[in-house]
Each structure stands twice: as structure tokens, then as C-alpha cells.
Design a protein around this ligand. Structure first.
Ligand SMILES: Cc1cc2nc3c(=O)[nH]c(=O)nc-3n(C[C@H](O)[C@H](O)[C@H](O)COP(=O)(O)OP(=O)(O)OC[C@H]3O[C@@H](n4cnc5c(N)ncnc54)[C@H](O)[C@@H]3O)c2cc1C
Length: 400
């Protein structure tokens, strides 16, 4: 029987969930406090995982004016060595940059075109559950009476807070800064750079190219008690003066607007995934990858998993356990692998060793890049049931 579902949040997780529920024949409405296009502090990087899901959802990249496909990655070790990793050249795309103001707006349009109702500029206020439904108060709208609520409302999840499920003092596993840079005249205008700086490990600095001599520049750092807000702010200012970074951006680069900073929640192993008739997805379920900070693919993945769980379950209990199993099968194994790799990368010596092994020959370089960007989960080595023969030869997303 079709369910009536309210999704709170129209970012990647909310829109993927909405599109899937709608396709499966459910009655879905989305509300978001923001009016689109709106910005989201992000590196704007889409990995193969995210791209393949977008492709499956029928999302059209030409809706994003500054969509930029990338074919190689320049990784800089903590000791100054540079490795150029070419993404596989077997058809399709493996990585792209999509400015979030344009990308999220395009996802909203994609859903609207499918016939989904999205109320912009309406914030979630409160909810109360009965035995048979959930009643939700949203600013400026009549109360909703629905079978299920999907909280796609980001890192601070007001829904989680309203339900008393937030962890006091939780600020995310990572913290990240981002700024758009104009008049980029160095290699960052066309090349994607990742710098492993000794003082930030296992964090890193990125510069992702955008059209018109622009770049998305930023850095992420693991939260710890000895890294104060002042330290993070000082590091941010210092990074833009480091000679190798200035060289890549060009001496006359012009930072646009002000920088933004935002936490990255990466603890899918312990996060509360659901309660009663409410499912949490994307950043609201802390689904970002703890090694890379990538969260768009995981947002899309959890959004689809929540939709499929609502479709499959005959009761809230069945829906919750279906959703939890779906997360265990994919994201949890990846999370455990990322925790291990992150611990290795935290030490400059091991980071150098790993990158030296990666740089052994063309095969290691290409397949390391594929492994980092592929939808084939990073934990595939730990989960043999996901092995298949095309792992090293599969083409990318949007292969025409
Ligand atoms: C600096 C930085 C760089 C990053 N770089 C990358 C990257 O390059 N690649 C990548 O894959 N990931 C990256 N991430 C992670 C990525 O941005 C997130 O994981 C992703 O946006 C999660 O999507 P989401 O849909 O769960 O949440 P969000 O994108 O945060 O969307 C949540 C939505 O909920 C809405 N909302 C909030 N409160 C309410 C309310 N009360 N009522 C109604 N609506 C509400 C918001 O307006 C918003 O639209 C980065 C994160 C940071 C901080």
C-alpha cells in the first residue's frame, strides 16, 4: 500500500529519497527552510559512486551550468612528492565538480519535473507521533499528517534535536573550510589538486577546478581537543600563503566572498538511524566517509535506501530494520575500512609509504584512483560477496 511521506530537507539525500519514493508510487512531499538556489559549504566534488547513482536517477548534468568533468588527480605527499593519478580511460566519467548552489537547485528541479511537491522557504518546527501516524508542524504550512518522516536536514538535524536524540556537544568528526577563488592563473585553473600537508594529516587541502579560471579551495581537519577554533582559523589564513599552494592558484588569485566552515559528521557506526516512524539520512545519519569527507554519494545512497525500506516494510519496525540492514551491508563496511586507512594516513611516514607504493607504475596509479573514486566500495577487499570480474575494467558513469 502506498505510504504518505514527508521529507525534511531538499539536499542530495532528501531529493534522492523523494525521487525514489515517487518512482515506487508513494505520496511524497518535501519541505526545506531554504529557497533554492542556495549554497552549501562543500568541495563540490562528485566521485564515481555519486555519479553512478545520479545516472541511475536519470539526473541530467547539463542542468548544472558549471559542471566540470575531471580525468586526473594530482596528489602531493607530505614530503613534497607529486603523483599524477589518471582516472580510468575506458568510457564514462569517474569524477566531476558541481557547485552546490547549482547542483542542489538542479536536483530540486529534477524532482519537480517528476511531479513531486517541494515547499521552499518553510522550516520544520516540531513533530509528534501517534500509534498510526506522525503530525509535523512546518512554518507557514498546514500541519502534515503522514505515515513516515524522513529527516534529510543535514549535520545539525533539527528533527533529531526535536526528538531529543541529539548528542550534547557533538561537533562532527571533521571540520572543513571552503572558499571560491577567482582569477586562478596557476595549474589549479584546470587541475584537481590534493595536498597532504604534514601539520594537517590525515586531513588534506584541496583545489578543485571550475570554469572561468575559478577553483573551489578548502581544507579539512580531524577534530581533536588540541585543535582549537583559533588554530583552525589561523591554519586557514596560513594555507593561502604557502608557496606551493600560491603557485598552483597563481600569485594574483582573488578569494571571492568570505570563506565558510562547516562540520563533517562521519560516524555511521554509532549514529541513530531511525526512531518510530522517522528515518535519518545523509548528514543527519552522519554518513560521510571518514577518510575523505565525501558525503554526497552517501547522502544519495542513504536517501535511496530509506525510500526502498519504506516501500519494503509493512510496519515501522520492518521499515527500520530494513533500513538498518541496508546501511550495514554497504556503508558500515566502508566506514570500518576508512577508519583503518585514516589511522595509517595520520602518520607522515606511513602516508609517504602508501603514496610511494601507489606511485609504483601506471597500473597502481590508475587502479588506486579507481579504488578511491569508484562506486566499488573501498571495503570491497573485506567483503568478498561484492567481488566481481569487471572491477578493474568497468566504465564510468554517463557512458553514452
Ligand atoms: C567544507 C566541506 C567540503 C565537502 N566536500 C565534499 C565533496 O567535495 N564531495 C562530497 O561528496 N561531499 C563533500 N562534503 C560533504 C557534503 O557536503 C555533505 O555530506 C552533503 O551535503 C550531505 O547532504 P544532505 O542532503 O544530507 O544534507 P545537506 O546538503 O546539508 O542538506 C540539508 C538540507 O536540510 C535543510 N534544512 C536544515 N534545517 C531545516 C529545517 N529546520 N527545516 C527544513 N529544512 C531544513 C537545509 O536547508 C538543506 O537544504 C563536504 C562537506 C564540507 C563541510
Amino acid at each position: 500500500m502506498p505510504s504518505k511521506v514527508l521529507i525534511i530537507g531538499a539536499g542530495p539525500s532528501g531529493t534522492a529519497c523523494a525521487a525514489t519514493l515517487h518512482r515506487l508510487g508513494h505520496d511524497v512531499t518535501v519541505v526545506d527552510k531554504a529557497t533554492f538556489p542556495r549554497d552549501k559549504c562543500c568541495g563540490d566534488g562528485l566521485t564515481t559512486n555519486a555519479l553512478r547513482i545520479l545516472d541511475q536517477l536519470g539526473f541530467d548534468p547539463s542542468r548544472v551550468p558549471d559542471w566540470q568533468v575531471t580525468s586526473d588527480v594530482h596528489v602531493h605527499s607530505p614530503f613534497g612528492r607529486t603523483i599524477e593519478l589518471a582516472l580510468p580511460n575506458v568510457g564514462g566519467i569517474f569524477a566531476a565538480i558541481a557547485p552546490r548552489s547549482q547542483f542542489d537547485h538542479a536536483l530540486v528541479q529534477h524532482c519537480r519535473d517528476a511531479g513531486i511537491t517541494i515547499h521552499e522557504g518553510h522550516a520544520f518546527v516540531s513533530l509528534s507521533e501517534t500509534d498510526t501516524s506522525v503530525v509535523v508542524e512546518v512554518e507557514g504550512l498546514e500541519p502534515f499528517n503522514v505515515d513516515y518522516v524522513v529527516a534529510a536536514d543535514g549535520m545539525w538535524s533539527p528533527v533529531r534535536k526535536a526528538m531529543g536524540l541529539s548528542t550534547p556537544g557533538y561537533l562532527g568528526e571533521w571540520h572543513a573550510f571552503r572558499q571560491y577563488i577567482g582569477n586562478v592563473t596557476g595549474s589549479s585553473a584546470t587541475q584537481l589538486h590534493v595536498w597532504f600537508e604534514k601539520d594537517l594529516l590525515p586531513g588534506y587541502v584541496w583545489s578543485f577546478p571550475l570554469p572561468g579560471n575559478r577553483a573551489n579551495f578548502g581544507y579539512c581537519i580531524l577534530r581533536s581537543s588540541d585543535r582549537s577554533t583559533k588554530f583552525m582559523n589561523d591554519t586557514w589564513r596560513d594555507l593561502l600563503t604557502r608557496p606551493h599552494i600560491r603557485e598552483a592558484l597563481g600569485q594574483d588569485n582573488v578569494p571571492e566572498d568570505r570563506h565558510t566552515a562547516w562540520p563533517i559528521p562521519a560516524r555511521i557506526d554509532t549514529a541513530i538511524r531511525s526512531s518510530g516512524r522517522v528515518l535519518f539520512i545523509g548528514d543527519a545519519v552522519c554518513a560521510t566517509d571518514t577518510l575523505t569527507g565525501e558525503g554526497i554519494g552517501q547522502a544519495l545512497e542513504t536517501g535511496i535506501a530509506a525510500a526502498e525500506s519504506i516501500d519494503a516494510g509493512n510496519s515501522p519496525r520492518e521499515v527500520r530494520s530494513h533500513y538498518s540492514r541496508a546501511i550495514d551491508k554497504t556503508l558500515l563496511a566502508d566506514h570500518r575500512m576508512s577508519v583503518v586507512l585514516s589511522a595509517v594516513l595520520a602518520r607522515p611516514f606511513f602516508a609517504r609509504l602508501v603514496l610511494a607504493v601507489v606511485d609504483t607504475n601506471n597500473w597502481t596509479r590508475t587502479n588506486f584512483a579507481r579504488w578511491m573514486f569508484e562506486d566499488e566500495p573501498r571495503a570491497i577487499v573485506l567483503t568478498p560477496r561484492r567481488w566481481h570480474r569487471k572491477f578493474f575494467s568497468r566504465s564510468g558513469a554517463y557512458e553514452s
